[in-house]
Design a protein. Sequence first.
Length: 495
Amino acid sequence: MQQLRDQLARITDLNHAAAILEWDQETYMPEGGAASRARQVATLRTMAHELLTSDLTAGALDAARPETDVDQDLIRIARRDLEKATRVPSTLINAISEAQGHAKGAWQKARATNTFSVFMPHLERIVDLSLEHAEALGYDDEPYDALLDIHEPDMKTSDVVATFAALKDVLVPLVRDLTKSAASTRKTGPDNVVHGHFPHDEQWDFGLRVARDFGYDLTRGRQDHSAHPFSTTFSIDDVRITTRIDESFFNPGFFGTLHEAGHAMYEQGIDPALERTPLADGTSLGIHESQSRMWENQIGRSLPFWEHYMPSAREAFPGALADVSAEMMFRAVNRVEPSLIRVEADEVTYNLHIMLRFELERAMLAGEAAIGDLPAAWNDRMEAWLGIRPTNDADGVLQDIHWSLGALGYFPTYALGNLISAQLFEAMHRDIPDMDTHIRAGEFAPILAWLRRNVHVWGRRRSATDILKATCGTGLDAAPWIRYVKAKYTPYTIG
Ligand code: ZN
């Protein structure tokens, strides 16, 4: 076991060192450092891959004699990582990264000039390589299973299809109702209080203060600026977040900080005994996103939350929020309005953006959609589901970077995160019946303790499905999220 642990610790160290270089690239590195930084990161990542797929790791895995449950989980997960890493031939890995290099530039150009045809041949190539990748990894039912499994281990495409279908039946009419009422109240509504002047430093301090109240430990973390907010882990004792501040709009900086702090608290809460092993990581992207979404939406966009924080928000932003009540703020940060751009979408419409991409990805991989027909297929779904139609492809099929990065199978995890957050939140409500009272008092310790115990501490020892079964008694289920949005938004459809 010790030999295996030593080997896995070296691999973990290399990957975390690469993560530090990547974090620096997004936060402090001068532009000129890009080329050498790319080489440095590639060197470390390649070394980690070589160590993982070496005879030494395979030999240590075969020779290891587990003495504890953790040992057993470590062997199971390390073996799975090793198998996945060796199943894909290096020629295919190189072909994929080369195709991504070309596709990213083409996507940028296509988006800037609104010309899908510039990106089309690259997307065709990416889809072909994704199919090869899926064949190499192996799957039970359809190629999409293999790609989904990279991000959401043990989740089947058929589970996602069934869950999304249930969701769509409820969501499309709900959005229609909410949009109608929003249109009728917009003229008089208080929704615009989140637009105004919110000075940078006050936003920074206010967001971090709330993140600290939630339980984000700043002696083992920090926040910096970056163009695209993210969280990253160098060890259980060093988990960092970044944010982006817009002085004229309160939401992106504040909710971005809460979101990333949710991700970071997950990784800070992993059992210290798992440090320097592959178990010290989020178990799936869906579970990871459930943590960020819960703190951001179920808590940060709740009325009890604003009843607690509104006095300090008024103090921090006297110019913009002096006359704003908790109820007004609650309504302003929960405004529902169908929009074309996923990253700007509200909580209710967001999942429809994801389901649209999921349907198209599956159709592309199954050969059921010609790549040339994608823009129209996209726009038709937007119109049918959200009632709005993009007038150009930059606001439609070309808006996201993911496909140019070869990341097919990734999008569903965003929606899974929303659904799982509601499943966990309902289970938590059963265990902490006076939760609203706690939130209204700014007491988040019981919530964090529940998440620590049931989710964080396990790292990768429990899969997403294991966690859901243990806490909710079911697998993936859209019903709790549907109950959550209906309870939160239905009062506002009247008048
Ligand atoms: Zn996230």
